[in-house]
Design a binder for this molecule. Structure first.
Ligand code: GLC
Length: 424
């Protein structure tokens, strides 16, 4: 466990890099702190709530695992002042950002607690859409060092903390150890292989053990493609080589014909049903194998990706215009502390509250945390481009990459467009 902790610390350092956005002053005002008796201004229009409970709306992405609903239910059962309602949103990061942004720009109080991707939380803080939480943390005796450091940095703007981790993420290669030879498995787990090696393996093993596809990953036109390309380009150190390797994988008979429409959902559906030998996905897929898979975790191992594993994750913050900031904080604090056990045990997520990393229930339920391939992935994490206007950079990258992968843009034009986006 000590080793895992050490490696998690390494991950947090990389996450910190990811989050190093430029700063401009953000509007701040002292946060309201502790929960006095909540006002009766619960939004009336939705559903019936017991009169004395205040409704807290939690805008969070769709979860393929039972974890988000379980953590909301556990919170609702744990106290009688608030009832949290999960507003189940898209889990396309870019589309969700647009949705929330529209609401925030209109000054809406529709959502009290927001789940935000690490790549756009800083932007929300800079725009003054979310509430600084330093005083609330202090009042409740919480310290920044108790949480995943990279996630905390991603939500720290202008020396103020705006977020707590919902869950940290990193890219992993899942593979079927009942199909892949012991020799290839060892190579994968060590991380000492290339995308060309992986493609050869995917082509070789495809069709074995009841599979129809060799490999699945995220090549749809959305943020997931930027995460995959971060890995193929080894953290943007080789844009041309990465694009060529990714196109080769897309064009290979080992990947599905419609791989250019694959996001995380198509990926896990394929892998957990035993249809593919290899899948690039996030830690939650481990939990999904147990909760919904037709294959069992016994036949699966994980490995680092050849050019490094992209860091991601989601953060919790409070809408500046929330009418129920005390309740919002109370819920957010619960999810980010004791709720992390539920997230990890029921969803396979990586805990963002450090003490949960050595919690016996978490360790027992989430065997992946102790697997050598997972530890190696944690040790080789890489970041998406760091930019003060990340969403434009990301849009330009995904558009050029997707056009090239679809055969609509020349390689040289795609490389140029991406290099321009990276330089901006
Ligand atoms: C995961 C990651 C997030 C990333 C997204 C891309 O949700 O946590 O950081 O942007 O996948 O699809």
């Amino acid at each position: 466990m000590k080793k895992i902790l050490g490696i998690l610390l390494a991950l947090t350092m990389v996450l910190a890099l990811l989050a190093g956005c430029a700063s401009t002053p953000a509007a701040t005002e002292p946060a309201a702190t502790d929960a006095t008796k909540p006002a009766q201004e619960a939004p009336a229009e939705t559903q019936a709530v017991p009169a004395e409970r205040v409704m807290i709306k939690f805008a969070a992405q769709a979860d393929s695992t039972p974890a988000t609903q379980a953590v909301v239910d556990a919170y609702n059962a744990s106290q009688d002042m608030y009832t949290v309602e999960w507003i189940d949103m898209t889990n396309d990061s870019g589309a969700m950002r647009e949705q929330i942004l529209t609401s925030m720009q209109a000054g809406s109080s529709d959502y009290d607690v927001l789940s935000m991707d690490v790549v756009w939380a800083g932007e929300f803080a800079a725009a003054g859409y979310i509430e600084p939480i330093d005083q609330m943390m202090q009042a409740d005796g919480l310290k920044i060092s108790q949480f995943n450091a990279g996630s905390m940095t991603a939500g720290n703007y202008n020396a103020k903390q705006y977020t707590l981790p919902f869950f940290p993420d990193l890219g992993l290669l899942y593979f079927r150890k009942d199909i892949v030879s012991a020799e290839d498995a060892a190579k994968l787990v060590s991380g000492d292989y290339t995308y060309a090696d992986l493609q050869t393996m995917a082509e070789t093993y495809m069709g074995q053990g009841g599979t129809t596809d060799g490999i699945v990953f995220q090549a749809k036109l959305y943020e997931g493609l930027v995460c995959n390309l971060t890995e193929y380009t080894a953290g943007w150190t080789d844009v041309e080589g990465g694009l060529v390797a990714l196109k080769s994988m897309v064009d290979s008979p080992a990947s599905p014909v419609d791989i250019l429409n694959y996001s995380e959902g198509e990926t896990h559906n394929s892998f957990i049903k035993g249809a593919s030998v290899f899948a690039r996905n996030w830690p939650y897929q481990w939990g999904m194998i147990a909760s919904e898979g037709t294959i069992s975790q016994d036949v699966v191992d994980v490995a680092p990706l050849p050019g490094g594993s992209t860091v991601g994750g989601w953060l919790l913050g409070i809408n500046k215009n929330s009418a129920n900031k005390d309740g919002a904080w109370d819920f957010m604090k619960f999810v980010a502390t004791q709720g992390q056990k539920i997230m990890s045990v029921q969803g396979g997520y990586l805990p963002g509250y450090n003490e949960m990393l050595s919690d016996a229930d978490v360790v027992a339920a989430n065997a992946m945390l102790s697997m050598p391939g997972f530890q190696n992935a944690l040790a080789t994490t890489i970041s998406r481009p760091v930019s003060a206007h990340y969403s434009e950079t990301s849009d330009a990258i995904m558009n050029a990459a997707h056009a090239y992968l679809s055969g609509e843009m020349e390689l040289s034009a795609a490389v140029e467009a991406i290099n321009t986006a990276l330089a901006n």
